[in-house]
Ligand binder design. Sequence first.
Ligand code: UD1
Ligand code: MG
Length: 455
Amino acid sequence: MSQRSCLSVILAAGEGTRMKSAMPKVLHAIAGLPLVAHVVKAAEAAGATGLALVIGHGAEEMRKAAQKFAPKAETFVQEKRLGTAHAVLAAREAISKGYDDILVMFGDTPLIDAGALAAARQKLSEGAAVAVIGFRPPNPTGYGRLIEKDGRLVAIREEKDCSEAEKKIGFCNAGMMAVAGKHALRLLDKVGNNNAKGEFYLTDIVEIAGAEGLDVVASEASFESALGINNRAELAEAEAIWQARRRREAMLSGVTLIAPETVYFSHDTEIGADTIVEPNVWFGPGVKIASGARIHAFSHIEGATIASNCDVGPFARLRPGADLRQKAKVGNFCEVKQATIEEGAKVNHLTYIGDARVGAAANIGAGTITCNYDGYSKFFTDIGEGAFVGSNSSLVAPVTIGKGGYVASGSVITESVPDDALAFGRARQKTLPGKGKELRERFASAATAKKKAAE
Ligand code: UD1
Ligand code: MG
């Protein structure tokens, strides 16, 4: 089958009014990736060699977004939404290029698995002209019903056009189908709009192909993989299913999730075996974690690279560009952004490290802040190997702490510290013997006098 060329036509012209959103429905995300981008990924995994995206509502926004998640896709605008067959025909130019298989998919069905699509394509390679993907929803209301006879699919009847007997059929149209490229345009051009909604139904090609004596079959997919998103409640449902699948996959690949239902993955999270993720951890896009790391509870991580045997959190925030090398530690209430924490370095408590390098085995004391921003530009802090930065220090960038440099606690460092130097950036302490007691007595008598005057 792999030699067969395949065009995936993804229908995404609908408005999605029930999302109640200024943004086109299919650009809403699950796992940080637009719905339609999930569909594109599934199409590619099922071997699609060409992609045609049919857009309408929010066309400009869609086109722009598509450049990111499907740069090779051709976009076609369906000016008026006259039905699913009409929508597929908007991509006539792409279809007429002569692909072996045409895979029609919906942009709002993000959980479709590549296996179900490949199974439908397989039917084409075995000689079917049309292979419809069916499923058995717990409640079939609203779906087109698959009407079969002797193992062949004879028709798809939309709910509104169904007889009472047909409404009892539980096998429904998931909406997606594979059509042999050599028949596709001819079948689609024969579709009329004589039905309850007055639309050009893609589903009519089943009867049309049957009437031509062509072979039409159904293949079955899971309910989940056919789940279409119409509102934000369904969006959350799909997210939950996606997360559950991904957590399981992570665990089966050797990652320990202590409370899997509380860990959120992004579409592109990578985690190595023997890494342990504690409860309530959130991964945004662009996270790569090697093996043997420990991510403690309540950490929020995005755009970060974490090498093996690192220790992160609890309550750590790693932002884009955080690059933790082997055995680095970033502890509680620390934020790291665009910074390298080199091998074995420790940033353990209540610290902000941004636009910086922390050299190998350096120790950053509690409450250290890299002052990287003056309201206009960002500046770099370079902390050398083995340096020690005392607690509650402010490193005003641009600044360098040399290799083995030592910064006294509570310092405001505005000038670079050479290798192995000790820097104090604070006022010298003054101690006045007996002055504390004297002060206390003075304050107490003043308070007593004030109280008396008020009586
Ligand atoms: C469709 C199927 C139905 C199936 C159901 C599964 C048809 C005629 N019916 O019904 O059998 O059970 O999906 O969810 O195919 N679209 C366009 N342009 C249009 C019309 C639709 O781009 O002119 C897009 C929509 O944005 C959507 C998809 O096509 O992504 C499906 O359209 P929708 O109106 O949701 O079809 P259903 O009535 O749900
Ligand atoms: Mg629908």
